[in-house]
Ligand binder design. Structure first.
Ligand code: CP
Length: 303
């Protein structure tokens, strides 16, 4: 059976992004809609998560659906050696939709090829995190009133950060994005993305320092240096504290600028930023419930 999955952010068109934005706004207005009554959704998390799993599960509960799955694969038969192929084959006989996080890049695409039901990629290694991107776009839309002409500063781990890769790909669909990358050489935005921007004539700038250049930003998108992606702990130690955003650094920034972060944060945003009205990351995480309700409703043709 042919089903539509969300594995890469490029699986959706610009029209679908805009539809998700509209549906998310509708769900934010009316969060308790019984669209998933009689449906079972599987959440399979082979890697830790707080926001993604709990906001998907909140979204499913608010839509009246039932949830099966695991948050720790050691409690499943994967610990006995069962393959991803067999796990997905089985679960797709139980559920109407599978939401999966897995540490291996490409695992979500593979799962969608094996599954009889749609699959949502809830993060596959350093590759993609498309539902995060849709909630990030919803947050940009809500705070800036537009997705065109956004000056976006991406800060931190731009090499392994799947959220920044997905966000970059999505924002390419809108008019005149400007990208500023702030990262140390070890964690620079991979060349494939820079080549893509260059081929489309889209402006990007690279910086290795975190200075008052941020005054030009509409959005500062902070990211965590991800310890779990480093093979060599010495390399992690070198860069772990490289950029820390502090409240005093925000003085010259635009009035309407907002700070996003997919979370969890470690120390890259000092807690003295949290009470600044420009800090938007906790509301961004809340927006995840509405964006994920919208994604589920769209994939299952409920709206
Ligand atoms: N943003 C995000 O993916 O957070 P979790 O790892 O807690 O799901």
């Amino acid at each position: 059976m042919q089903t539509k999955s969300l594995i890469s952010i490029t699986d959706f068109t610009k029209e679908e992004y805009l539809k998700i934005m509209r549906l998310a706004a509708d769900f934010e207005e009316n969060p308790n809609q019984n669209l998933l009554q009689g449906k079972v959704i599987a959440t399979l998390f082979f890697e830790p998560s707080t926001r993604t799993r709990l906001s998907f599960e909140t979204a499913i509960n608010r839509l009246g659906g039932k949830i099966i799955g695991f948050s720790d694969s050691s409690s499943s038969s994967v610990s006995k050696g069962e393959t991803l192929h067999d796990t997905i084959k089985m679960v797709s006989n139980y559920a109407d939709l599978i939401i999966m996080r897995h540490p291996m890049e490409g695992s979500a695409r593979y799962a969608s090829e094996v599954s009889n039901v749609p699959v949502i990629n809830a993060g596959d290694g350093a590759n993609q995190h498309p539902s995060q991107t849709l909630l990030d776009m919803y947050s940009i839309m809500k705070t800036q009133g537009r997705l065109d002409n956004i000056n976006l500063f991406l800060v931190g781990d731009l090499k392994y950060g799947r959220t920044v890769h997905s966000l970059l790909m999505a924002m390419l669909q809108f008019d005149n994005p400007i990208f500023n990358f702030i990262a140390p050489a070890e964690l620079a935005m991979p060349n494939e993305y820079k080549l893509l921007l260059a081929s489309k004539g889209i402006k990007y700038y690279e910086h290795d320092e975190f200075t008052d250049i941020i005054n030009a930003a509409d959005i500062i998108y902070m990211t965590r240096v991800q310890k779990e992606r480093f093979i060599d702990p010495v390399e992690y130690e070198k860069v772990k504290n490289i950029y820390i955003l502090r409240n005093e650094m925000l003085k010259g920034t635009k009035e309407n600028m907002r700070i996003l972060h997919p979370l969890p944060r470690i120390n890259e945003i000092h807690t003295d930023v949290d009470d600044n009205p420009k800090a938007y990351y906790f509301t961004q995480a809340k927006n995840g419930v509405y964006a994920r309700m919208a994604i589920i409703a769209h994939l299952l043709n409920l709206k």
